[in-house]
Design a protein around this ligand. Structure first.
Ligand code: 5RP
Ligand code: FE2
Length: 224
């Protein structure tokens, strides 16, 4: 398995001082910035678009930006986010009319591509696209809001996704998003995840470094 990546979700950041807060969380040891795009259509909430992604790049943020599209339709925004500085772009397969086309559009734009699975979405969407994806993102909450509780059935689904990745032989990350905390990250990693989105667990605490260090400490307990 690959090295672990910790990806704070800016959904819980201080939006009035976003550039500074993102800089601080990176200085505190974060690996990737998770960027939640919500459209008040696919999910009942509204967040940020490509202009905010570009603003982070213009501010000087050089860390990978992981764009989680919770939008429908999907394709129109892909080139805009690629131009705005995204590194990863993931989308929900049921929100795309043509999954294979959306994945190709992401890779052809120079980004890493991924599919996102809601808690009740079947992993069978992976059946014919394992060679076209760089990341599988399992939602461990229903999408739309930060600060929700981790849904326990995700553990079994992570094991299934890990089995699919290992059997495929492709170089694919297994990301988990929603309710990830210091007290469950080791169990989540043991189930197969190697990339951890954490919004409220990090940004709701005064000392980001302490939380990230404690998460990394927990991850050292996991047998790979
Ligand atoms: O995609 C998301 C919600 O749809 C967020 O990335 C996720 O909820 C992170 O927040 P938290 O760690 O507080 O659960
Ligand atoms: Fe997310």
């Amino acid at each position: 398995m690959k090295s672990y990546l910790i990806a704070p979700s800016i959904l819980s950041a201080d939006l009035a001082r976003l550039g500074e807060d993102v800089e601080n969380v990176l200085k505190a040891g974060a690996d990737v910035i998770h960027f939640d795009v919500m459209d008040n259509h696919y999910v009942p909430n509204l967040t940020f678009g490509p202009a905010v992604c570009k603003a982070l790049r213009d501010y000087g943020i050089t860390a990978p930006i992981d764009v989680h599209l919770m939008v429908k339709p999907v394709d129109r925004l892909i080139p805009d986010f690629a131009k705005a500085g995204a590194d990863y772009i993931t989308f929900h397969p049921e929100a795309s009319e043509h999954i294979d086309r959306s994945l190709q559009l992401i890779r052809n734009s120079g980004c890493k591509a991924g599919l996102v699975f809601n808690p009740a979405t079947s992993l069978s969407y992976l059946d014919y696209v394992m060679d076209k994806i760089d990341v599988i993102l399992l939602m461990s909450v229903n999408p739309g809001f930060g600060g929700q509780s981790f849904i326990p059935a995700t553990m079994q689904k992570l094991q299934e996704a890990r089995r699919r990745i290992d059997e495929s032989g492709f170089d694919i990350r297994l990301e988990v998003d929603g309710g990830v905390k210091i007290n469950n990250i080791a169990e989540i990693a043991a189930a197969g995840a190697d990339m951890f989105v954490a919004g409220s667990a990090i940004f709701d605490q005064p000392d980001y470094r302490k939380v990230i260090n404690e998460m990394r400490q927990e991850l050292t307990k996991v047998q790979k």
